[in-house]
Design a protein around this ligand. Structure first.
Ligand code: HAM
Length: 423
């Protein structure tokens, strides 16, 4: 039997309300801060990701789903959302609009990762990008937005980790110091970190292995190497966060898994979570648009993994109202009753009453069992005998009470019950 590919899953009806809850909140919070929705294709030119994530990052080196289409073009399933948004910003000349342009997206991403709770090969993110303005106020505002989003979902136990990773001027000086420091510890490093030392030294700070953590804690801090402009920017971000009343923790070891960031980086992490701890990740990417062929354009944003938010909601026992069941089930007995039931279903749906019409020719018992398992409040039973006197039986499924009512009056009766909340 076929199964969903490893690292992917079906979003079953019972989970749909969690998804709707999260995505509705993302839309509301986006609107609250003046963001507009933008959807990009599910696949893009593969180079868009390899150029922006930069070689040496896991996303670019190991995780992309790349394929060549029948026209010979090398494409990649969307690995992340920031580069496609920047591509769209350039392609549609949004640099001509008043800046910053604020955009959000809710979509799937594909990364060939080792699947575990909170880490999938197809996952979904809500992302927010503010493009075209270098004001550190925007860095503070997106952090504020990300926190408000989690609060709006009822997620309150998280910490906001903040760092600056400098710019093209000061970061290389820091990386030199980092390499010098780590070279003294090379023999103690885990095999992955030995590779990182050669390919992507900043990521050394992020290693989760205990032995490497000890070394990382004593490593030189990037904040001691920031140039005056980056230092001033970082101070302003912290000042604006304080003005907005946003709590944060400085973390000199915070670097991000994608390579387009400069200056501000941040993550919102769950406390005592059982699964992956990073709920939100983001930061500034002032060089990305230029790297993609545009003019130098500062930008800042973040994204949050929907699966991780839902896991968190379930962990904390946040109850979400279940998807409403159809109001009534229409059961019928006999050929003439089936025809009357078909006509009635059309009439009730036209009146805005959600109904499920029985199919086939099952026994009444089997039809009522189906009504029960669907959770409908009422069953409408049409039998030959009732039909001959133009009546139907309305059964209250919970109270198990039945009343005979004229077929012509059933819409009015159900609408009245609907308006009285008896569903
Ligand atoms: P990211 O940290 O790679 O950043 O992903 C953002 C969020 O997506 C993570 O914090 C996590 O919640 C979720 N996530 C990432 N990978 C997976 C996975 N394999 N399974 C489940 N959830 C996952 C970015 O993608 C950047 N584009 C964020 C950004 C926007 N930076 C600036 N603007």
């Amino acid at each position: 039997m076929y199964k969903a590919p490893r690292g992917t899953f079906d979003i079953l009806p019972e989970d749909q309300e969690y998804w709707k809850y999260v995505t509705d909140s993302a839309i509301s919070v986006g609107q609250l801060y003046g963001y507009q929705p933008l959807e990009t294709p599910i696949f893009e030119d593969a180079q868009l990701f390899s150029r922006s994530a930069a070689e040496g990052t896991d996303v670019a080196d190991k995780e992309m789903y790349i394929f060549t289409d029948r026209g010979g073009q090398k494409l990649a399933l969307k690995a992340e959302g920031t580069a496609p948004i920047c591509r769209a910003y350039l392609e549609h000349g949004m640099f001509n609009l008043p800046q910053p342009v604020k955009l959000y997206y809710i979509t799937s991403f594909f990364r060939y990762e080792r699947p575990q709770a909170g880490r999938y090969r197809q996952h979904h993110q809500c992302g927010f990008e503010s493009i075209g303005d270098a004001d550190p106020l925007l860095d503070a505002e997106v952090i504020d937005l990300s926190q408000r989003f989690l609060y709006s979902l009822g997620i309150t136990e998280f910490s906001t980790q903040l760092n600056s990773i400098g710019c093209q001027l000061c970061q290389p000086i820091y990386i030199k110091a980092l390499i010098e420091y780590y070279s003294q510890h090379e023999t103690e490093l885990c095999p992955d970190c030995k590779v990182r030392l050669l390919k992507n030294p900043l990521r050394l700070l992020d290693c989760k292995k205990r032995i490497c953590q000890k070394i990382a804690n004593a490593a030189p801090k990037i904040t001691d190497y920031l140039c005056p402009e980056c230092q001033a920017h970082f101070q302003s971000v912290q000042h604006y966060l304080t003005v907005l009343g946003i709590p944060f923790t400085l973390n000199h070891r915070l670097v991000r898994g994608l390579d387009y960031y400069s200056r501000t980086v941040f993550e919102l992490e769950t406390l005592n979570g059982k699964s992956q701890s990073a709920l939100v990740g983001g930061g500034r990417y002032d060089n990305l648009i230029e790297q993609l062929g545009g003019r130098p354009t500062p930008a800042v944003g973040f994204a949050t993994g929907i699966e991780r938010l839902i896991l968190k909601l379930k962990e904390t026992g946040e109850t979400i109202k279940p998807h409403p069941a159809p109001m009534a089930f229409i059961a019928h007995l006999g050929d003439a009753a089936k025809l009357a039931a078909i006509k009635l279903s059309a009439r009730l749906r036209a009146a805005g009453i959600p109904v499920v019409l029985a199919t086939g020719a099952k026994s009444l018992k089997a039809q009522l069992r189906q009504s029960n398992s669907l959770g409908t409040s009422y069953a409408i039973i049409i039998g030959e005998q009732e039909l001959s006197s133009a009546n139907i039986i309305l059964r209250d499924m919970k109270a198990k009470e039945q009343t005979l009512i004229p077929l012509a009056n059933i819409d009015k009766a159900l609408l009245q019950k609907q308006s009285q909340g008896q569903v």
